[in-house]
Design a protein around this ligand. Structure first.
Ligand code: ASC
Length: 218
């Protein structure tokens, strides 16, 4: 048990490392190469940039942190649970703004919505994660059915959450690829920067998932 717990907390270090690295690389990309991040801008590119920024640095990063809260927050179990719930909620709210930004961008340039594989995976994942949050809230916070029901739901809650994290990573990577292709960046330094951002996002997902998989569940 102690060995498991130790390896799970070492894995959270890997997750923090790749998560922060992905944020830094993405900020270099959006601020240095892509003109900045601004929701209310008249410049469609700056409006678009809100989307990758909030979907990773807001949504996926905070959801991952929420998943690791039971290892990384040094507090009583009920406090960890509150952090787990609230971090997901903040992530979801930022995700809503991030999705609104890309719809606003499409509106500005007269492009159709929901055409790409990225948008299908991404919106499906986001809606299912919202439903998972509601189900988790009603099961584990309020009104909190019997202990038997809660424990029977737990493997589903954990397994489905882990699947959703990989789905979110798939959405992020297809989104980065799409942007790279659309901007015609093949062979440029910027394309390498985007690839490394994607690799860090993938490794963040893997480390978060392993830290959950190798943890001990109450
Ligand atoms: C909860 C909670 C848990 C589970 C457990 C049953 O409400 O905080 O850890 O349910 O008691 O699996």
């Amino acid at each position: 048990v102690v060995g498991y717990r130790r390896s799970a907390s070492r894995l959270t270090i890997g997750a923090h490392l790749f998560g922060v690295l992905a944020i830094v690389l993405m900020l270099i990309w959006l601020l240095h190469y892509r003109g900045g991040i601004e929701y209310d801008s008249d410049n469609p590119a700056r409006v678009f940039n809100v989307h990758p920024f909030l979907m990773f640095c807001g949504f996926i990063f905070l959801v991952g942190q929420a998943m690791m809260a039971y290892k990384s927050v040094p507090a009583a179990k009920e406090a960890q649970k509150a952090v787990h719930m609230v971090l997901h909620l903040i992530g979801i709210v930022l995700g809503i703004v991030g999705i609104a930004a890309v719809f606003r961008f499409h509106d500005m340039i007269g492009a159709e919505d929901m055409f790409s594989l990225h948008s299908w995976i991404g919106l499906t994942t986001f809606i299912m994660l919202g439903l998972q949050w509601l189900l988790g809230f009603f099961t584990y916070m309020f009104p909190k059915p019997s202990l038997g029901t809660r424990s029977r739901m737990m493997p589903w809650h954990v397994s489905f959450g882990r699947a959703l994290l990989y789905m979110a990573v798939a959405a992020a990577l297809t989104g980065l690829m799409q942007r790279e292709t659309l901007l015609n960046l093949r062979g440029h330094a910027e394309s390498r920067l985007i690839n490394f951002t994607g690799l860090c996002i993938l490794l963040f997902g893997i480390f978060v998932d392993l830290s959950v998989a190798l943890a001990h569940h109450a």
